[in-house]
Write a protein that binds this ligand. Structure first.
Ligand code: ATP
Ligand code: MG
Ligand code: MG
Ligand code: MG
Length: 471
């Protein structure tokens, strides 16, 4: 009786097809010809050339359901009811064709006529000086003024790196008083769980260049994005995206594997269960798009996700590898909509298994070492772990620096990141020197001097550069 996530996807795409949108399969997670972005993080990201007028779109109207990864949300995952590192974004796009009025009224038609959401639970936000959008909500759609909220640049102006950007209007669902907070002025934009943002309509009328200058686009565009998990959460009347049918299916398998009960979503073990569930989705989709674990860029993101999930498995008391087996659940629930998952089933499981094996041999020892480091810090009355030590954990025990950082932060400690980078640099120099000796034919000497382990790590800097990780 309740709509499943897979059915909602179909309803959305066919609704926009009926509005003459060209329907296209999701683009891969790896950006094509776009150095400003490590991984696709929105429906519009792969469409930038169309928005910027560099390429001609197959149609002036398009609709997709795009695979997205947002590493920047990694610390929210598990703790909020609405964030995943992986999610699917339903999108409708106009390349210089229709503009604000059609976008908002069709959006309204979809959620209130097709999905039959109760109108009195819906709120709208607009950018503070966007009177056009405000007037459409009030006069065309008939939204009562008390449910139209003007918000500032942080919430209602959309941009990623360079390229098309502009003001936006977002649609929120009121989950009811029991999710509210003490703030007498609690409304969309408030930090609590009562009002859930689920659909962003972006009016891309500007373009931002490398230096941060904005210019008008010749033809204003529409780019809307709606997280399908959040929409399904609302439609299914469940607590969080982890209770949505297809995601719950994966979560249940994590619960069965660990033998740890899932309680109210807030217990410490619940957080671990949610994190594993989410990371299983990201890793399966990433490998399905041919990303392999490694020490740089996207590959580092994948390695970090797999090892982070493995660690949470340990917290739940799971012995031995388990992620490869559970990735099957992701393929089962999403394989019809994303055939690449089925086609690459064996590869996906193999890659996860190999990475799990690699980490399994060092994780327990690494955890012991981290704990002894924290004990030392406690005795010393210090809060900051030596960069050298963090490097050793990375180099010898395969702990991605961000994982070490997180584990330390959980107990109130931090890392001397400058020291870590210095140790990394020295390692690079050492291996370069070895390389030179090698070139000189000193093979034996080199073999003796050479250090086993992971060198050439640049993922950390790369992630900082792209802003995917907060400094
Ligand atoms: P939030 O404020 O909740 O973090 P956002 O403003 O960052 O969301 P947008 O960039 O506006 O999100 O993306 C459009 C839509 O994509 C959101 O309205 C939401 O439905 C969905 N979305 C964004 N981030 C996530 C995420 N991490 N997990 C699931 N869905 C997401
Ligand atoms: Mg966000
Ligand atoms: Mg937001
Ligand atoms: Mg938003």
């Amino acid at each position: 009786e309740k709509l499943g996530l897979n059915e909602i996807r179909e309803l959305f795409l066919s609704f926009y097809q009926s509005k003459e949108h060209y329907r296209r399969q999701s683009f891969p997670l790896i950006p094509q010809n776009d150095k400003s972005l490590l991984i696709i993080n929105s429906g519009m990201a792969p469409l930038k050339p169309y928005f910027a007028g560099i390429e001609t779109p197959p149609s002036k109207r398009m609709t997709t359901c795009q695979k997205c990864i947002r590493t920047g949300d990694i610390e929210n995952v598990g703790y909020t009811s609405r964030h995943g590192t992986f999610f699917e974004m339903l999108g409708s796009f106009s390349f210089g064709d229709y503009f604000k009025k059609e976008s908002l009224t069709w959006g309204w038609e979809f959620i209130t006529k097709v999905l039959k959401m109760p109108t009195d639970r819906l709120w709208a936000t607009v950018y503070e000086n966007d009177d056009d959008a405000y007037a459409i909500w009030r006069d065309v759609i008939g939204m009562p003024e008390e449910r139209i909220v003007r918000l500032g640049k942080d919430d209602n102006f959309w941009e990623i790196g360079t390229g098309p950007c502009g003001p936006c209007s977002e649609i929120y669902f009121d989950r009811g008083e029991k999710y509210g907070c003490d703030n007498p002025d609690c409304k969309p934009g408030c930090d609590c769980d009562r009002y859930v943002e689920f659909w962003n309509h972006v009016f891309t009328q500007f373009s931002r260049d490398d230096e941060g200058n904005y210019s008008d686009l010749a033809h204003p565009n529409i780019d809307t994005g709606m997280g399908i998990e959040r929409l399904a959460c609302i439609m299914q009347g469940v607590e969080s995206i982890f209770d949505v049918d297809t995601i719950k299916y994966i979560l249940d398998a994590v619960v069965a594997k660990s033998g740890v009960e899932y309680k109210d979503g807030e217990a410490e073990t619940d957080i671990s269960i949610r994190i594993i569930t989410d990371h299983l989705r990201s890793m399966t989709f990433m490998i399905g798009d041919s990303i392999l674990p490694g020490n740089e860029g996207r590959e580092y993101v994948l390695r970090r996700l797999i090892r982070r999930a493995a660690r949470h498995g340990r917290i739940l008391g799971i012995e031995g590898p388990f992620l490869a087996e559970l990735s099957e659940k992701v393929i089962e629930t999403s394989g019809d909509a994303y055939p690449e998952l089925k086609q690459r089933r064996d590869m996906i499981k193999k890659v996860i298994a190999v990475e799990e094996e690699k980490f399994a041999s060092t994780i327990d020892q690494g955890m012991k070492i981290i704990n002894s480091y924290m004990d030392e810090l406690k005795t010393e009355g210090s809060k900051t772990l030596d960069g050298e030590k963090a490097f050793k954990l990375h180099d010898t025990y395969g702990f991605p620096i961000d994982l070490t950082r997180e584990i330390l932060e959980e107990s109130g400690y931090e890392i001397d990141l400058d020291g870590f980078e210095k140790a990394m640099e020295e390692q690079k120099k050492r291996s370069q020197a070895e390389q030179e000796m090698d070139d000189a034919g000193w093979d034996e000497v080199n073999a003796e001097l050479s250090v086993e382990g992971e060198t050439n790590f640049t993922g950390y800097e790369t992630l900082f550069d792209t802003g995917l990780i907060k400094a």
